[in-house]
Design a protein around this ligand. Sequence first.
Ligand SMILES: Cc1ncc(COP(=O)(O)O)c(C=O)c1O
Length: 381
Amino acid sequence: MNTAAPPPPLVRVSRSSINEEDVAAVAATLRRAFLGMGTEVDAFEKELAQFLGGERQVMCVSTGTAALHLAVQACGLGPGDEVLAPALTFVASFQAISATGATPVACDVLGDSGCLDPADAARRVTARTKAIMPVHYASGPGRLEDVYALARQHGLRVIEDAAHAFGCLHNGVKVGAVGDVVCFSFDGIKNITAGEGGAVVTSDPLVAERVRNARLLGVEKDTEKRYAGQRSWEFDVIAQGWRCHMSNINAALGRSQLRRLPGEFAPRRVQLARRYGELLDGLPRLRHLNLDYGPIVPHIFPVFISDGCRDTVREALRAENIESGIHYKPSHLLSFYGGGRARLPVAEELYAQMLSLPLHYELTDAEQDRVVEVLRGCLTP
Ligand SMILES: Cc1ncc(COP(=O)(O)O)c(C=O)c1O
């Protein structure tokens, strides 16, 4: 007879939250049986534009990675061009740049925010530098004003990787409402999900037009036809395109999730992050980002554990059936992006210390208490 106690219930580090309205929205779209890109995507784009204040052009695509890739391409970048990006990001940022043939140049980050260090980036500007891709790490903006100042000084495009930052405010203005080109992700675990999805947001009509065409194999004006329920039979193609538009199914889910953001997702994520802050403050050897939660709606909650204790804590969480994450292995350490030839001390130190604690809409206070209890057990003398 097996007398071992059952493991405690699993605490997920992140997860989607799908309710009956989400299911009904997707089911209604399935029943209409127009599943490709059409009126649902059109409506989602309009609602996103309205959410951002009504002035911006919004183009939905299949993933956040595709949004970044098409944004870099639409800014006219390709082989021979360099794009400055923080090393501490999901590899999607680097892949999106290299997919165009341009070269991602890894920059160090700031220890207090994990975001791009504008001074380090400035030192890496060359005659080939054409753009800069700041990442809203853990949903914080970092020193975005300094990034834009650096871009103005050198005539660079700014493509914001705001995959973590949908629904956040910066200086009282929604992320995406201003800025050169801003890209969002709506993958399964983001602040809102479309299942998979992403969006490019800009006020630049040329970038917008190029993204619209490039997402549909470069077929000119295909978007307008599809939104009118038609197909393009006679058309021209003047640039390389990809097949990375959004489907009506994903858009239906995205629309439903957007409705849930202000009343459900945003307040709960903010509440959980503030609660982590209160419960963890004062614990030795542990630091958290201490962001301005409220305006910032956190997608992840990384903490930084010093004295080589990170792996012990991670193991202790695992033993209690609690997942944790590492956001992220810095991209300059990956073989394809130099395998650590460059040394970026701050990003590397954060990498050695980081541990992302569970954070998602459905995380309960009791689950959060279990997480904190393990941390206290490991870290208090
Ligand atoms: C910082 C960052 N950039 C880009 C992406 C790519 O988004 P997607 O997963 O929608 O392709 C992600 C997704 O996790 C991300 O965290």
